[in-house]
Design a protein around this ligand. Structure first.
Ligand code: AP5
Ligand code: MG
Length: 222
């Protein structure tokens, strides 16, 4: 499938969870800026050292750096394979950077899917999230439990709380996101690419809503 999607939504809306299902069910490559940065931080690379203070404190990494990292990532991907971009773009500057990267290659986005979620649900999801310290897989203490408590199903790694999931950092991330969301959504609305989907309910229900949208738009044939 060669569908190219951007997944938008506040922290905890379920972008990563949905992108994981899109990868498994439809073969789209899940590319997450947050995961790329956390992996660089884990490996203590020079990029990891540069982005560490932004990521752990919940502030946005500067646009030029994000766009150049993503351009490098996307250029290395196999042509023709579809994409689910998770957490990128997050500002209008990044959205323009992505448009320029794609149009230089004669490509375009099919859609930007915004996952709508009420704030209390975002906070409940983020404060209960656990992630694998080795492979980055996501869990939740109530809604997505691992088979063995504290242990990753995928690789056996130890589950931990993400540094930016501390209560005060969650609040900060939600405030920062709100400031960026309005102009970013306006950008995709003006380009007729914005689709809003409810992110409430279980992960399978959210995926089914997205699948319905894909059927309506004829994207499943791509
Ligand atoms: P990033 O990793 O992208 O974090 P985020 O946008 O804050 O989003 P989250 O990963 O917290 O939430 P999500 O929507 O993916 O939800 P998830 O599926 O995990 O970015 C981290 C940091 O990196 C940023 O703060 C910034 O510093 C930097 N960064 C990244 N991209 C950047 C960019 N483009 N520009 C600048 N800086 C950038 O779900 C959350 C929890 O809920 C999980 O526990 C999950 O199991 C559970 N859950 C999810 N969906 C459901 C469901 N439907 N039902 C029940 N439980 C669910
Ligand atoms: Mg995520």
């Amino acid at each position: 499938m060669s569908l190219r999607l951007v997944l938008l939504g506040p922290p905890g809306a379920g972008k990563g969870t949905l992108a994981g299902i899109l990868e498994k069910e439809l073969g789209l490559a899940h590319v997450s800026t947050g995961e790329i940065f956390r992996d660089e931080i884990r490996r203590k690379t020079s990029l990891g050292k540069t982005v560490n203070r932004f990521v752990t404190s919940g502030r946005l990494v500067p646009d030029e750096l994000v766009v150049s990292v993503m351009a490098g990532q996307l250029a290395r991907r196999r042509k023709g394979r579809g994409l689910a971009l998770d957490g990128f773009p997050r500002t209008v500057g990044q959205a323009k950077g992505l448009e320029a990267f794609l149009s230089d290659r004669g490509l375009a986005l099919d859609g930007a899917i915004y996952l709508d979620c009420p704030t209390p649900l975002l906070i409940a999801r983020l404060s209960g999230r656990r992630v694998c310290s080795r492979c980055g897989s996501n869990y939740h203490i109530r809604t997505m439990r691992p088979r063995r408590s504290g242990v990753c199903d995928a690789c056996g790694g130890t589950l931990i709380v993400r540094k930016d999931d501390q209560v005060n950092t969650i609040t900060k991330r939600l405030v920062i996101d709100r400031a960026q969301a309005t102009p970013l959504l306006d950008f995709y609305r003006q380009h007729h690419r914005l689709y809003r989907v409810s992110g409430s309910g279980g992960a399978v229900r959210v995926f089914q809503r997205v699948q319905r949208l894909m059927q309506q738009r004829g994207w499943l044939k791509k």
